[in-house]
Design a protein around this ligand. Structure first.
Ligand SMILES: [Zn+2]
Length: 118
């Protein structure tokens, strides 16, 4: 398994929070924090600080947010995002192959038609 280590995970935390990781980086990061509690704790700390700062900018409506729950939601959303990206990639590959097959068949058809009249 080609996972990332704690040092690499640490460098991805800030970008995870800003949602600027690539799909592959995101997946490796999520795989790591799922099995590494110290990196998860680190992520949680960053996340809470980040969310708390965001809260300051927004109007106070008196609701106290559960940051741990928010982080779990964020992770679930990230997992879903990876699945959608992978699925879209898969569909585009299938679509591309279908186009190539149709184009190739058409060329074969044309060649056969042309040679028929020669
Ligand atoms: Zn770790």
């Amino acid at each position: 398994m080609s996972g990332i280590d704690c040092r690499q995970a640490e460098t991805l935390v800030a970008r995870y929070i800003k949602h600027t990781l690539s799909t592959d980086e995101l997946e490796e990061f999520l795989d790591h924090i799922e099995h590494c509690s110290s990196c998860y704790d680190e992520l949680e700390t960053y996340f809470i600080v980040h969310e708390a700062i965001q809260q300051l900018d927004e109007k106070e409506d008196g609701t106290v947010l559960d940051f741990r729950e928010l982080l779990e939601q964020d992770i679930r959303r990230s997992r879903r995002y990876i699945r959608q990206k992978r699925w879209l990639h898969f569909l585009s590959v299938i679509f591309f192959m279908a186009v190539v097959i149709v184009a190739a068949s058409f060329v074969v058809f044309l060649v056969m038609e042309v040679t028929h009249f020669l």
